[in-house]
Ligand binder design. Structure first.
Ligand code: PMP
Length: 359
């Protein structure tokens, strides 16, 4: 078998490490920017009833018409804008790269940013160029524009708020970068429900801009549903390389239910997480730690010996993310997602123990 694999699997794939997520067991999960709240029982029951009779014997609507209509209503989008669905927004990155990149012009993004931009570019054998943010995680607009002139990217991903730094870039810098980009710009608004800026309203202003969103951070990470919005002519092209039945019947139906009947609950949950975020920020700052202000449902904090602190917190049953090896700028950084009040308190207690052990 080994010989077969070595002879037949692409060598760059053999050299890759799989995206692995450890079984969290019973630990408190503050490592994946999930919404910690489930649905109230009556909403869940109504959702189940709405699924009764769903035609799971048939292929789903490949065009996702009903779900897209609900997304249009939710986001206040008229028919001038096309919407493409993905099985999570992760999945949308792939058809975007396949439709746009011919393998010569690179994909670009600031660094550090969401890792899947680089991972999927690599899987598609498209070069990738990351351009460092400034030390304070603001966008180095001049540096990025100079790099774009040098590398001529076909695609530029800008996560807003950015993962893992949690911030929004200065609006004028962002606009300057979009205007200077020789390729297509994707603003990834995965953390939109927690952010003070909405970039969908920028769509009409730039011919080379699309906006990607996800249901995951809104509270439905288990559903796997994301979407891309932009001029119908762009969406028509990218849709050609999407797998036609990428969202199942149940997936589409629950997503639609969530955007309509579940809308108020999801909005309340996001609002509670914004409050929890601000409280956690204050609690961490009060401990004298450097904490980075966040417009998302997570934040970065800096500690001495982050890997040891993370290991101690994990040993106490709370999972957060050690980013100290992810990028030199993050050498002191841990990322914590916002949980319920009880989960945030458990994290703080575990952090206190870990920091005390250091002294
Ligand atoms: N974009 C960003 C910036 C993210 O951080 C994530 C998930 N962590 C995603 C996209 C992907 O989300 P999903 O595939 O769950 O929609």
């Amino acid at each position: 078998m080994r010989g077969w694999i070595e002879r037949t699997v692409r060598t760059d794939v053999q050299a890759r490490t799989a995206y692995a997520v450890a079984d969290p067991g019973t630990a408190i999960r503050l490592n994946q920017m999930e919404n910690p709240f489930g649905w109230p029982a009556d909403l869940w029951r109504a959702c189940m009833e709405s699924l009764s009779g769903a035609e799971i014997n048939r292929y789903p609507d490949a065009a996702g018409r009903e779900l897209i209509a609900a997304i249009r209503a939710h986001d206040d989008l008229d028919d001038a804008w096309g919407v493409m669905l993905g099985n999570g927004s992760d999945e949308i990155i792939q058809p975007l790269i396949q439709a746009i990149c011919d393998g010569a012009r690179p994909v670009m993004a600031p660094a550090p940013s969401f890792v899947m931009f680089e991972v999927i570019a690599g899987q598609c054998r498209v070069p990738y160029v990351g351009v460092d943010l400034n030390r304070d995680f603001s966008l180095d607009a001049d540096g990025l524009i100079a790099a774009m002139q040098r590398h001529n990217p076909a695609l530029l991903f800008l996560a807003q708020p950015n993962n893992p730094t949690g911030n929004l870039y200065d609006e004028a810098d962002l606009r300057r970068v979009i205007e200077a980009c020789p390729g297509l710009v994707i603003i990834d608004e995965a953390y939109g429900p927690f952010s003070s800026r909405n970039h969908q309203s920028w769509l009409g202003q730039y011919p080379n801009l699309l906006v990607m969103r996800t249901f995951s951070k809104m509270g439905l990470a288990g559903l796997r549903c994301g979407y891309l919005v932009g001029d119908v002519a762009w969406i028509e092209q990218i849709n050609k390389v999407r797998l036609p039945y990428n969202l199942g019947v149940l997936n589409q139906a629950v997503a639609r239910f969530a955007l309509t009947e579940g809308r108020a609950v999801l909005a309340q949950q996001s609002a509670a997480l914004r409050v929890g975020r601000d409280q956690l920020f204050d609690a961490l700052s009060a401990r004298g730690l450097r904490v980075h202000p966040s417009e998302a449902n997570f934040m970065l904090l800096e500690v001495d010996q982050p890997s040891a602190v993370n290991a101690s917190i994990a040993a106490q049953g709370v999972l957060i993310k050690d980013l100290s090896k992810a990028h030199p700028m993050l050498a002191r950084c841990l990322r914590v997602s916002i949980g319920t009040d009880a989960e945030n308190a458990a994290f703080l207690a575990a952090l206190d123990v870990a920091l005390k052990a250091q002294r």
